[in-house]
Design a protein around this ligand. Sequence first.
Ligand SMILES: [Zn+2]
Length: 333
Amino acid sequence: MRTPNRFTGANAKSEAANSAIQLLTYATKHYKPNRGAVTRDTPAVYSENGVDWKHVEAFEYDAAEPRMRLILEAKGKPLWIAHTPPYMDRNLAALEKWAKTKPGFRVETIGRTVDGRPLRLWTIGDGPRVAWLMFRQHSWETGSSWVAEGLVKELLANLPKQLTVKMFPLCDPDGVERGGVRFNKFGYDLNRNWDVNGVEKMPEITAQLAAIKRWLDSGKKIDLFYSLHNTETSEYLEGPPGGAYKELAERFFHLLESGTSFAPTRKLFFSETKVDPGRMVVIQGLYRDFQLPGFLMEQRISRHPKYGRLPLVEDRLRFGRELAVTIAKLLTP
Ligand SMILES: [Zn+2]
């Protein structure tokens, strides 16, 4: 599978704080075409009904091209093949429809994508302690959406009174619709460019940043910010820039490691404080602008040591429930 990893966004029209030339320099440096997201460690999934997904039983992998030849027996038509089990807007719409029937769930549209799709902000609960969560900044990382679904179901069943959870459940609906990888329609990585924030080219970042700013300007606080991602083979928690909120970070890391399936491939570490123009991730941007305690977590899609297998949808849903419990423990001890 070839990854359409392209960059077309940095041009002179962007409202970049940094000059277009500087951005183009960094674009050339960072946005190299990907040789392929599929690796020997991350076999494809397939489905015969579009709902139940499993990994291919056998495959041949040629790292030189790279190319994966799937060996499976299809019992009928149709047959779907994907990198990871898809989570589409219709999955999100179904979850939202269900959640709306529960007390304590609210939904707002905070803006529109480049293609005009609504950007949602969900709020659960009304307590004084506030967690703000973020999912699918990168459209290929479907695992994080299944986690979000498990988390929402747990919160709506067992939300502590002291807690409010706000979340951007799906940050790049255009990318999800077109089968994108990391970039919005204009080629901007929605988990970089938090220092650039152009209304015209990055309406997604602009809307998310504005929603957070409105909340803080109204006198409310955010006790924890968390953005979840997927990688091929690594799993980790990255804390606020420069070691800020160290005690909270250590407690969060410990609770994740002991109370969930989080199986880190590296120790807790903290974001860099210095960032190349056009490379600032959300937790760095929110720390710079509002000193928020932001965390970025990656979950692997390769074989998982705590599951003893390649992660399935049910594992993501379960981690979502565990994450909800962990956040409640962390913020409402
Ligand atoms: Zn990501």
